[in-house]
Design a protein around this ligand. Sequence first.
Ligand code: KMH
Ligand code: ZN
Length: 284
Amino acid sequence: MDAAIVTVAAVGAELRPEQTPHLPVTPQQLGQTAALCQAAGAAMIHVHCRTDDGRNTSDPERFEAALAAIRAQSDLIVQFTTGGAIGMTAAERAAPLRLRPEMATLTCGTVNFGDEVFENSFPLMRAILAEMQRYGVRPELEIFDAGHLANAKRLAAQDLLTFPQHVDFVLGVPGALEATVHNLIFLVEALPSGCTWSVAGVGREQLPLATVALTMGGHVRVGLEDNIYYSKGRLARNDELVARVARVAAELGRPLATPEEARRMLGLAPRTLHPHTGIAPGAP
Ligand code: KMH
Ligand code: ZN
C-alpha cells in the first residue's frame, strides 16, 4: 500500500477559543502547530485564519502571515480553506487564493450544517474554481454529502474540472452524511478512477474512520476543526491527534508520507521547485 498522507485541520471555523485552550489563533501559533504536527507525522495542513480575538477572517493579509509562519517552521503542504465560515461571500472565500497556496478546498455542494446552511451553489463553485485556475491552485474536493460527488462529476462534464482529483470525505457533520464505514465504502466505490482520497470523521468518529481509511489504503484528516477531544472530557492538541493516528498507521504497517512524498503522490511540484512556495526547506 502507498504511504498515508496525514492532513491536520488545525483551526476550522466553528470552534470558539473559549471551547479549548489549544486552538491556534495567531499566525505564530499556526506556525508552531505546523512544526509540531509535521514532527508527529503530518504532511499537509488545512488552514483557516482567525483574528487575534478568535473571529473568522478571510483577510488575505492574515493568510499571508499564516502562510509565511507555516513555511518558516515546516515543509507541510499548505492547503487553504475556500469554505471559510458560514455567511462569507464567494469573493471573501476566494480572496486568499491570490497568495497561490499549493492547494485549497472546494466544497462540492450545499449542505445543512447544524442549524445553518453551508451554501455551495453551482455558480459559487464555478466562481471559486475559476479563481483556483487563475492562480494555479490545486483543489481538494470536499464531499460532505452523497450528492456532492455527483456535483463534482457534473463540473467535470462541464469541463470545469478534470478527474482524477484528490478528494476528502468529511463525514458526520450534523445535517450531512453520517460517519459510518458503510457510507465511506459507498463513497470510495463511487470515485472516478485514479482519485486519491482521505476521510475526516467528525467528533468521536475521527479515530475509527481514520483507522478504517488507513486499512483501506486511503489517507486521513485529523485535527481540532473536526474533533476537539482526545478522549471523553479530555481536550486534545492538534499534534496529539496526529501522533495518535501515526501510531495506528504504524501498528497497521502503513508508512506515513513525508511532505515531499505527499507532493509526489498528489502530483504537486516539489517544494524546492514550486513557483509559489519560496525557498528550499532548511535554507537560511
Ligand atoms: N467551515 C465550514 C462551513 C472548508 O474548509 O473547505 C466549511 C469548511 C470547509 O470548513
Ligand atoms: Zn475547513
